[in-house]
Design a protein around this ligand. Structure first.
Ligand code: TMP
Length: 209
């Protein structure tokens, strides 16, 4: 049986990385080791694309070019890491996946969402995440949390950009409530972890059956 594919999503500063570690630890406690990876990235090529985009020394990068680079990195990541791991029965936890392209390039940059969905189908019609945890917080909360670090290509965007990203994520969650679980990222960490635990317990009950 193939392993489960879990993704984490959210706008900047919602605590995605901490929650990802919690998900990994929850699985480890259930005796399920997982491959942890990220997008863009997860392969040598993907990390080069990530570095190049995030450093942001590229003048004007169109929404379409950005989208295609994300999918190029993703196609290779799927071939090299994600599909082989799942096929070998391992679980995979990925920090962002195609929902991020819909939210950031579709919502934030206003690239055509129908076109993004057709790229999504072209690159991985055979595979979608089994569970997506979407950490959600008002834009101001996230932006305040990242204020002290040097902003990357996306973090330099304004509040309206992130409001569009957040709205696009929430629209995806409304369309796919069984897959995408929205988690309020504003309470204390133990409270957030307790909510994640609830979703993980329900998912483990269904997926491992
Ligand atoms: P992060 O690893 O800190 O989340 O940074 C990755 C950045 O890349 C984040 O700002 C979101 C952005 N991104 C996109 O714009 N589109 C995508 O498809 C993915 C995977 C990430």
């Amino acid at each position: 049986m193939r392993g489960a594919f879990i993704t984490l999503e959210g706008t900047e500063g919602v605590g995605k990385t901490t929650c990802l570690e919690f998900v990994r630890d929850t699985l480890a406690a259930a005796d399920i080791p997982a491959v942890v990876t990220r997008e863009p990235g997860g392969t040598a090529l993907g990390e080069i694309i990530r570095d190049w985009i995030l450093k942001g020394n590229h003048g004007r990068l169109s929404a379409e070019t950005e989208t295609l680079l994300m999918f190029a990195a993703r196609a290779f990541h799927l071939d090299e890491v994600i599909r082989p791991a799942l096929d070998a029965g391992h679980w995979v936890i990925c920090d962002r996946f195609s929902d991020a392209t819909v939210a950031y390039q579709g919502g934030g940059r206003r690239a055509d969402k129908g076109w993004i969905q057709s790229l999504r189908a072209a690159v991985h019609a055979d595979l979608e995440p089994d569970l997506t945890l979407l950490l959600d917080a008002p834009v101001e909360v996230g932006l305040n949390r990242i204020r002290t670090r040097e902003p990357d290509h996306f973090e330099r965007e304004n509040r309206d950009f992130f409001a569009r990203v957040r709205a696009a994520y929430l629209e995806l969650a409304r369309d796919e409530p069984h897959r995408i679980k929205v988690i309020d990222a504003t309470p204390s960490l133990p409270e957030i972890e307790s909510r994640i635990s609830g979703h993980m317990a329900a998912f483990l009950g269904v997926f491992s059956r």
